[in-house]
Design a protein around this ligand. Structure first.
Ligand code: C2E
Ligand code: MG
Ligand code: MG
Ligand code: MG
Length: 279
């Protein structure tokens, strides 16, 4: 077809692009059987009280161990899975796995309030997401408020009418909704007053220049101000240094995550840390 001809045309001109294209194709092929082969697992990054360092919540993050490609990071496969539509099936699995893990921690008596799961805009198209969430909560025996869905701003620009219906249904389930990577994308602020959002996650991309770079500091300050004046919770991500944490504390941010506290952890390691702080 014409697309393939175009691809071949590019290959003739740019070996680099051709190599990337080939890699993409390879990932795409492997991705198609990864789920059924059990090649995915989740790690859990603590969301902590910035002042005490105590773990409050967990964010589930996908990991893919491919026998052919090795460790493949989400940055290299999520977008691809979105473009092929595979993300819907994968996302369903992630939800179920995260809810089941949350249930196990609760059964172990570990003090964790909530688990956050990343949801692709593609999962918002159609009725499946609400059904999927309802079913997974039911199977794990969890109340809605034990689950938070992290959405990107992309969700909000795709189909507004449909989106607010899905948001309403999710709210009825008691599920919390947050906007991930806030400020990085479209930032059409008007949706914030129309949709039942609970929290904004300040994009880690602004954390790099903090403290010091005036523009990054200003954006952090502005986003914090927006969250505060709209009565939304705020979570900072990508906190790597004490100076960054202290800057955020001065802005009044109370919850955050980042390598300063912990990377994504295997369930056992996460549980160990929870157990250590409950004594
Ligand atoms: P995200 O949801 O914004 O997740 C935060 C990313 O930042 C994670 O990368 C995490 O490992 C990384 N990170 C955490 N602390 C720090 C830090 O202090 N410094 C730096 N530089 N990075 C930090 P990861 O796990 O590679 O995931 C990348 C993105 O892939 C996620 O960004 C999310 O958008 C997407 N993703 C991951 N898992 C899923 C999933 O199950 N479903 C969907 N739809 N997307 C997912
Ligand atoms: Mg996230
Ligand atoms: Mg993020
Ligand atoms: Mg991100």
């Amino acid at each position: 077809d014409s697309k393939r001809r175009l691809r071949n045309g590019y290959q003739a001109f740019s070996p680099r692009l051709a190599k990337r294209q080939q890699e993409r194709l390879q990932i795409e092929t492997q991705l198609r059987r990864a789920l059924d082969n059990g090649e995915f697992h989740l790690v859990y990054q603590p969301q902590v009280d910035l002042r005490s360092g105590r773990i409050l919540h967990a964010e589930a993050l996908m990991r893919w161990r491919s026998p052919l490609l090795g460790e493949v990071r989400p940055g290299r496969f999520i977008e691809l899975a979105e473009s092929t539509g595979e993300i819907v099936r994968i996302g369903h699995w992630v939800l179920g796995e995260a809810c089941a893990q949350m249930r196990r921690w609760q059964e172990q008596g570990l003090p964790i309030q909530r688990i956050a799961v990343n949801v692709s805009y593609r999962q918002f198209i159609g009725e499946d997401l609400v059904d999927s969430v309802r079913r997974m909560l039911g199977e794990a025996g969890l109340p809605g408020h034990a689950l938070e869905l992290e959405l990107t701003e992309r969700v909000l620009v795709e189909d507004v009418a449909d989106t607010s219906r899905v948001f309403d249904q999710l709210r009825q389930l008691g599920v919390r909704l947050s906007i991930d990577d806030f400020g990085e994308g479209y930032s059409a602020l008007n949706y914030l007053r129309r949709l039942p959002i609970h929290a904004l996650k300040l994009s880690h991309s602004f954390m790099k220049g903090v403290p010091g770079a005036r523009s990054d500091e200003a954006i952090c300050q502005t986003v914090t101000g927006i969250a505060r004046s709209l009565g939304l919770d705020m979570v900072a991500e990508g906190i790597e240094t004490e100076a960054q944490r202290d800057f955020l504390l001065r802005l009044g941010v109370k919850v955050g995550q980042g390598f300063l506290f912990a990377p994504g952890l295997l369930p056992g390691e996460f549980a160990k840390r929870l157990a250590a702080q409950s004594s």
